[in-house]
Design a protein around this ligand. Sequence first.
Ligand code: NAP
Length: 279
Amino acid sequence: MVGVIGYPVKHSLSPQMHNAAFDALGLNWRYVPLSVRPDRLPEAIRGLAAAGFRGVNLTVPHKVDVLPLLDSITDVARLIDAANTVSFDADTDAIHGTNTDLDGFMRDLDANGVPITHESKVILLGAGGAARAISVGLLQAGAEVVIVNRSVDRAAELVTLLQHNLHSAKVQAVSFEQLARTSEGAALIVNATPLGMWPNVEASAWSEDVPFPAGAVVYDTVYRPAQTKLLRDAESAGLRTIGGIGMLVQQGAAAFELWTKHGAPVEVMMAACLKALKE
Ligand code: NAP
């Protein structure tokens, strides 16, 4: 048994995605959604370990609060200061945490043939948990990252943390008002805010008054709807766009491999997510 702990958790696509993967590989595993109130997270984690679960994913609001409950965390989870994947070691009773959002995003860029090099300039919209994982992945790959956030203080805090932990990180924080001035020459724009997510589908993190940088790829981590306003606007401006479903699938694939030690059937997982989204 594995599952996802959230509050709420009923809209999660992960049960369909993982169960389809288990079926495709003939594995006798099941993945269940578990709604856990924030104040009951410690009991839930210990209870699932005691009941023989192999692991869980964590989603809002538990990704940070789970950290003190873990016996060990990977360097990636420490850098991001959040864990979205936990595994329970049946032999030692130890509870390990990691973060597969970074891997999920970078694997999806790779799957879409978007190269990140020392020459890549990236505009990252948002400074929350997803942005934190994405910024670490991009900076480790050598990119220059401009973080644009509603509260500039939060973006500045993230920049300080990144510069402290990743030596020679090329990263700066700017406000949305400075976007037009700083976005020139960007090869990639990433939305890591919930703007545009169902039901507020007419919202976009990119103001219509700001021209898109020529030739940029626009990546929206939002996947519900598949085609957000940001992606529609970018396509109208002639830019290549990528929605967030691939990141969801790839972060799930990384967790699947960690738990089962089997290669993840990524195409099966993608098909299950697309089917669940249509339903
Ligand atoms: P989070 O930690 O709550 O951070 C939210 C970020 O969005 C913050 O930077 C916040 O700015 C900004 N924001 C929120 N509402 C805004 C508004 N009305 N106007 C401007 N900025 C606003 O959330 P998260 O965990 O990073 O997740 C963010 C989004 O990423 C999710 O909604 C989800 O769609 C997406 N995501 C996708 C995947 C995937 O696998 N595809 C994985 C993780 C997340 P302030 O700091 O100013 O509040």
